[in-house]
Design a protein around this ligand. Sequence first.
Ligand SMILES: NC(=O)c1ccc[n+]([C@@H]2O[C@H](COP(=O)([O-])OP(=O)(O)OC[C@H]3O[C@@H](n4cnc5c(N)ncnc54)[C@H](OP(=O)(O)O)[C@@H]3O)[C@@H](O)[C@H]2O)c1
Length: 269
Amino acid sequence: MSDGLFDLTGRVALVTGTSRGLGQYFARALAKAGADLILTSRKKESLKEFAAEIEGMGRRQHCVDLDVRDEQSIRRMAAEAEQAFGKIDILVNNAGCNVRKPALEVTWDDWNTVLDTNLRGSFFVAQAVARGMVERGYGRIINIGSVTSVAGYAGLGPYGASRGGIRQLTMSLADDWGRHGVTVNCLAPGWFQTAQNRVMYEDKEWVEYLTERIPLKRPGRPDDLDGAVVFLASEASRYVTGQTMLVDGGISTGAMRALPRTGRPGERA
Ligand SMILES: NC(=O)c1ccc[n+]([C@@H]2O[C@H](COP(=O)([O-])OP(=O)(O)OC[C@H]3O[C@@H](n4cnc5c(N)ncnc54)[C@H](OP(=O)(O)O)[C@@H]3O)[C@@H](O)[C@H]2O)c1
């Protein structure tokens, strides 16, 4: 029925930040759809087990060191990754970090860590990888954003600024590289439990509060993102570029989510 629209056989995908968390889910979903994988971490030894899993799925893999806060590291990674399988067709710009603090406590260093990693890092990885894509006239770039790309949350100032920036960057790069056959989209997950935010999910009351505000009534499971990443990486999305796709159980549907069930304006819980 789908006429191979979602088939990634013969494609090479680079997913940054695959030592744990969502990056591994993205890589696994792309491998299941047929892609060979380039995996990265600041310590590539930590990728051994996951690399074996990808090979066990019958796909080729190559592991590369990458620190997205280091310009030379990005250049070396892109050169090695291109050489490994002769091309990169798909980039998932997933490596990222967060510092959760009330705005009055955020330091200069906190700001730099989050913005340098999430925003500057994603831009320069995309730039390094897009050179080959532009030459070959084909590419799919998927920048990982967040529900904070479109909504504000207390305690997430620098993070939200970086993710709002990713949404904007996605539109600019889509306009820049569309003429070369390269699409650029942003996949924006809502609230998913991973190593990055484990502490929050240990707080039962907070999880209940969160769940109540999600229209689909549960936090995300990482494999809820499989369909979106394969769609944006495949032929199925060939006429989609510059877009932000929220996969968030509907939590971004509006400011009214903080109101009680009756939803009458002015009637607070
Ligand atoms: N979890 C959520 O609910 C959620 C929601 C929306 C968006 N996101 C975003 O989705 C991405 C993955 O989230 P996650 O929860 O899976 O995070 P995670 O568990 O903390 O994993 C982050 C990954 O990024 C890599 N990384 C961190 N700093 C790096 C750097 N300077 N250079 C290169 N790689 C670096 C880490 O690799 P090494 O430490 O091995 O280098 C790790 O593999 C992040 O960008 C996050 O902001 C997450």
